[in-house]
Design a protein around this ligand. Structure first.
Ligand code: T4K
Length: 378
């Protein structure tokens, strides 16, 4: 093992289709000149995604963030929304940009998704919805959330940005709740460069989403909503069609790397490794590790910096907590979400993507053992 990787390795790297395949598939656009506005390939990708995700209803969007904004707007909500602060800032921004008030619920220690035992205490007369996050592709306690939502008449919109291709009890994760949103950003398991989608369950919601993502236009002369522009264009839809063909291979390769990390980092007191939840077929989207400074004597930030010196660029997904950012920190406090606070202070997501060499994973594990003074794995 060398003291440093020769080339930098980042937390992720998008998989790309074969260059010639992509060029061949976009060639017809040079004849048609039809480049966007829910055209042929947009529709084709929606159909293929419906097949892959075993759903009848999906609305493609320009990115995951706009998918969440549009999903929330389509439900005509007002008041408070219960969500977690241990997520990408997008989740809360989408709530706030819909003039809704986020109410932060803590996460559970086991899988870092919303702590369902703490939701009900946060419900008030103003609560209109719950926006749980399937963080790292881990599935929230969907059954309990449904039960609570039904009891209190709340909508449930899942931020399933990380959960493409994940199933729970054989059903795609994104099909739970009133709606779910997916991200097809370049850094995701399945990408359309930028992109996203809403999975919904009734025709009326579909009409609303279709109109909202196109400026609220219902027809050429009839505009009845304050919509946005959240349409996916044809070049990205074609990227998606190409990448979708390879997504199972992508997930299979990530599984190999996930297992190599587990093997390389197992049995170290003070390190909490990711695991696959019961009844879940995962997508191995992220490899989040929790480093306990008290036990290891070395904190997450030191490990992050030391890995950087060795050309390994990990990320602190998700630090800072949303309720600790400049944006929201003056209104909210992390005190109400201690489990999330602890996770944010100790988490490091390690590189995982299909092109990553298994040997590189072994090197990263050895570097971590070296940094925390555990020596090379025998
Ligand atoms: N909800 C949740 C829970 C989310 O995590 C996200 C997005 C959303 C909603 C919103 O979905 P989108 O609107 O994004 O579709 C990244 C992504 O931009 C973001 O999509 C993702 N979550 C978030 C967790 O991570 P950054 O700012 O950390 O990305 P960046 O540019 O630092 O990229 C990370 C690494 O990936 C780089 O070090 C190198 C590599 N990379 C990145 C890009 C963009 C490449 O190799 N090629 C690339 O094109 O936010």
């Amino acid at each position: 093992m060398k003291g440093r990787l020769e080339k930098p390795v980042y937390v992720t790297r998008p998989s790309m289709p074969d260059y010639n395949e992509y060029v061949e598939r976009i060639r017809p656009l040079w004849d048609s000149h039809i480049l966007t506005n829910m055209a042929e390939y947009h529709q084709q990708l929606e159909q293929e995604l419906c097949r892959y995700l075993q759903t009848d209803r999906i609305s493609l969007m320009t990115n995951g963030h706009m998918a969440l904004e549009m999903a929330l707007q389509s439900q005509g909500l007002s008041g408070e929304v219960i969500t977690t602060p241990f997520t990408f800032i997008s989740t809360t921004h989408a709530i706030v940009r819909n003039n809704l008030t986020p109410v932060f619920c803590d996460i559970n220690e086991k899988d870092l998704t919303i702590d369902v035992s703490k939701i009900e205490a946060l419900i008030s007369k103003r609560t209109c919805a719950i926006v749980p996050v399937h963080i790292y592709g881990r599935i929230c306690d969907v059954e309990k959330i449904e039960e609570i939502a039904k009891r209190h008449g709340l909508k449930v919109i899942y931020d399933a940005a990380h959960a493409f291709g994940v199933t729970y009890k054989g059903k795609p994760a994104a099909c739970y709740g009133d709606m779910s949103i997916l991200s097809f950003h370049a850094t995701k398991v399945f990408n359309t460069v930028e992109g996203g989608a809403v999975i919904y369950h009734n025709e009326e919601d579909g009409k609303e989403l279709y109109s909202l993502k196109n400026f609220g236009i219902r027809s050429e002369e009839y505009i009845d909503g304050v919509g946005a522009n959240a349409k996916m264009d044809e070049l990205r839809a074609i990227m998606g069609l190409c990448n979708l063909r390879n997504v199972e291979r992508e997930i299979t390769r990530r599984k190999v790397l996930f297992e190599a990390y587990i093997e390389g980092l197992k049995d170290i007191p003070g390190i909490t490794l990711p695991f696959v939840q019961k009844d879940v077929k995962t997508n191995y989207a992220y490899f989040p590790v929790l480093f306990d400074k008290e036990i290891l004597g070395v904190g997450r930030d030191v490990i992050y910096e030391e890995l950087k010196k060795r050309n390994v660029y990990t990320r602190k997904y998700f630090y800072p907590l949303v309720n600790d950012t400049k944006c929201y920190g003056n209104i909210y406090s992390v005190k109400g979400t201690p489990v999330a606070e602890k996770a944010a202070a100790s988490v490091l997501t390690l590189p995982i993507y299909a092109d990553l060499e298994t040997e590189t994973v072994s090197c990263i594990c050895a570097y971590i053992r070296e940094i925390i003074g555990q020596g090379e794995k025998r």
